[in-house]
Design a protein around this ligand. Structure first.
Ligand SMILES: [Zn+2]
Length: 376
């Protein structure tokens, strides 16, 4: 049947009709509200690049969680700004750590509020990476020394070709390689995978002990879901679900978060462990692996630039899918709204609806409270 018998506009005539046939519904019940917890008392320090988002001391985090709960938002996710940082991220798995204290307080004072623990090390490491960092020069030096004669000969020929003056010794080759690596720090260091797993697992158990309802690893190490699941089970937390940041892309949209959580890497970037933004099929492999390792729910992050990834995840996997509308997505809307260039409220609801329509059941969003207010 075609026009004029078919007229799609018939069902758009009034808000009542539009509402009746609406395919995607947005509700505060879909939202998770991220909170950044810092030391002190009565602290509410606005994040410069995220107006309306604050570093909150535990008492203020409790207040925010209570307010969100009152608006129908069922969950908060906690990030921590510890008093001090070190190479081994000890603040992450300290039972008296900042996030653990906030968890206990929110669980005690905001009944019914789900508390999600973000599990990563970058907020707690002095270097700002998500895992244990070790220098690669000694390893490469050793590898070159131990290499077969022909490999060494080729390395020396290359060195001779680039530095033709003077005798070329093995030491000189290694030293020039080391000097080159020192000039590009991301090659100079590597974030080790397997050594990091134990610390992530410890962090998860410590958060579960503090009352976390859901454990959400965001580090992108291989095998971390299995390590965390085993540690939780081994410590009596068989019933604590894991929401894995399964497809977390290395993204420029995280910029403002790094200010909010004070977690910018001090050297290099995160591209050796977070995903390449160009890869959809690899994202599906990441999700498959995490589910295989025992994840109960999976997440795609960021959201708006990765709606196709959310849609494909929804199509392929019958588990709850979460999406994180990240700091850069928030900051862009806030900035444009501040200038009066866009209608903030409508853009907020439109972007959140697009994330739901793509297939996300759960949306982590800094707009949680505002959007909840608009929806009720
Ligand atoms: Zn991290």
């Amino acid at each position: 049947m075609a026009f004029p018998a078919t007229r799609l506009r018939r069902l758009r005539k009034t808000e009542a009709l539009r509402s009746l046939v609406r395919e995607t519904r947005l509700s505060p019940a879909n939202f998770v509200y991220p909170l950044f917890v810092c030391p002190g008392e009565g602290v509410r320090k606005e994040v410069r690049s995220m107006p309306g988002v604050y570093n909150l001391s535990v008492d203020q985090a409790v207040r925010e969680a209570g307010e969100a709960g009152g608006l129908g938002v069922p969950a908060v996710i906690l990030f921590g700004l510890p008093e001090s940082k070190d190479e081994f991220a000890s603040g992450a798995y300290d039972d008296a750590g900042i996030v653990q204290r906030a968890m206990r307080a929110i669980k005690a004072e905001v009944p019914g509020m789900l508390v999600i623990g973000d599990v990563c090390l970058c907020e707690y490491t002095s270097h700002g990476h998500c895992g244990i960092v070790r220098p690669t020069i000694p390893a490469q030096r050793r590898a070159l020394m131990d290499a077969p004669a022909d490999v060494r000969r080729r390395a020396m020929q290359t060195a001779a070709a680039t530095a033709p003056r003077g005798p070329v010794t093995m030491e000189a080759v290694v030293d020039s390689a080391a000097a080159a690596m020192a000039r590009s720090p991301e090659q100079h260091f590597e974030v080790t995978n397997d050594a990091t797993l134990e610390l992530l697992a410890r962090t998860a158990v410590s958060q579960a002990r503090a009352g976390a309802d859901i454990i959400a690893p965001s580090d992108m190490m291989d095998g971390r879901v299995a390590a965390i699941r085993a540690a939780l089970d081994g410590n009596g937390f068989e019933e604590t679900p894991v929401l894995s940041y399964a497809a977390k892309f290395a993204s420029a949209f995280y910029g403002p978060f790094r200010e909010a959580a004070d977690s910018a890497p001090q050297f290099g970037d995160r591209r050796s462990y977070q995903m390449d933004g160009a890869n959809l099929r690899e994202a599906m492999r990441e999700i498959e692996e995490d589910l295989h390792e025992g994840a109960d729910m999976i997440m795609v992050k960021p959201a708006l630039a990765y709606l196709d990834v959310i849609a494909e995840a929804r199509r392929r996997f019958d588990v709850p899918v979460a999406a994180y509308q990240v700091s850069g997505e928030y900051a862009m809307i806030e900035a444009a709204a501040h200038h009066g260039w866009i209608d903030r409220g409508r853009i907020v609801l439109e972007t959140l609806t697009s994330i739901r329509r793509a297939g996300a059941d759960i949306i982590l969003t800094y707009f949680a409270k505002d959007a909840a207010r608009m929806l009720t």
